[in-house]
Structures are given as C-alpha cells and as structure tokens.
Design a protein around this ligand. Structure first.
Ligand code: HEC
Length: 120
C-alpha cells in the first residue's frame, strides 16, 4: 500500500510539472543563461528573450535547429539548438513568453490597496 502511494505521488509529480517549469529546467540545463542571462534579460549584446512572442521565438529556434542563420553572429546559436526536440522548444518558448521575475514581483507588490486615502 505504501509503495503504491509512493508510486502515485512520484508520477503525479511528473505529470504536474508545467511546460513553464520544464522550459525553465531546460534553460538552466542547456546553459542558455550563460549568454541570455539568469533572468532571460539578455547580457550585453546577447538578446533578451523574456516575455517575447512564443511564435517568433519558436520560429527562430527551429530555424537555428535546421542549421540556418541569417547573420554570422546567429551561427553561435546553431550548436545550442540542434538537439532540441519540438517539445523542448515548446517548453522553452512557454517559459520565455510567460516569464515572471519572482524577485521583482515580491519587491514591487502592488496589491496594497490605498482606496479611500485620497480624502485627507
Ligand atoms: C554562446 C552564447 C549563447 C548561448 C549559450 C545561447 N544563445 Fe541564444 N543567441 C545567441 C546569439 C549570439 C543570438 C543571436 C543574436 C542576434 O540575432 O544577433 C541568439 C539568439 C537566440 C534567439 C533568437 C532571439 C532573437 O531576438 O531573434 C533565441 C530564441 C535563443 N537565442 C534561444 C536560446 C536558447 C533556448 C539557448 C539554450 C538552449 C540559447 N539561446 C543559448 C547566443 C547564445
């Protein structure tokens, strides 16, 4: 019984992992952050990918995966894209498009409601 429970818990965890979380793990695993930054904000001339269109990012990654680059500089991306599966690209681009900077969210918590303070 205990074993069955453990089994179920393990599997429910696997299935519960969202595309966003998988994309985030891949981003770290594949060391994409070394050029695109820990917060996908871009580093120096390496482009930011956070909150960018899923469609466009998908197009770019598939383009690189086919070993196509429009500029010499983009050729740098080919080695990082060739081994990505369609699912990897889907997870990564979901992570980019939906990216939320958790630290910022906590720092600038605008849920404080000052309604009614304007009359003083
Ligand atoms: C060695 C540095 C480097 C690493 C590591 C790297 N990239 Fe890039 N990435 C680049 C460069 C350079 C470009 C092209 C910038 C340009 O268009 O001039 C680029 C472009 C991109 C673009 C297209 C952005 C745009 O504005 O067109 C995407 C999407 C992207 N990278 C995703 C990834 C992902 C996902 C990973 C990890 C699997 C990764 N990159 C790892 C350097 C890197």
């Amino acid at each position: 019984m205990r074993l069955l429970l453990l089994f179920l818990l393990t599997f429910s965890n696997i299935f519960a992992t969202s595309s966003y979380e998988k994309g985030k793990d891949l981003y770290i695993q594949k060391a994409c952050y070394s050029c695109h930054g820990h917060k996908i904000e871009g580093i120096s001339t390496f482009p930011a990918l956070a909150n960018r269109s899923k469609g466009y990012m998908t197009y770019k990654l598939k383009h690189f995966r086919e070993r196509k680059a429009d500029t010499q500089r983009q050729e740098m991306m080919i080695d990082f894209a060739v081994n990505l599966s369609d699912e990897d690209i889907d997870n990564l681009t979901t992570f980019f498009a939906d990216y939320v900077d958790v630290e910022k969210q906590e720092k600038y918590d605008d849920s404080y409601d000052n309604y009614g303070d304007g009359g003083s």
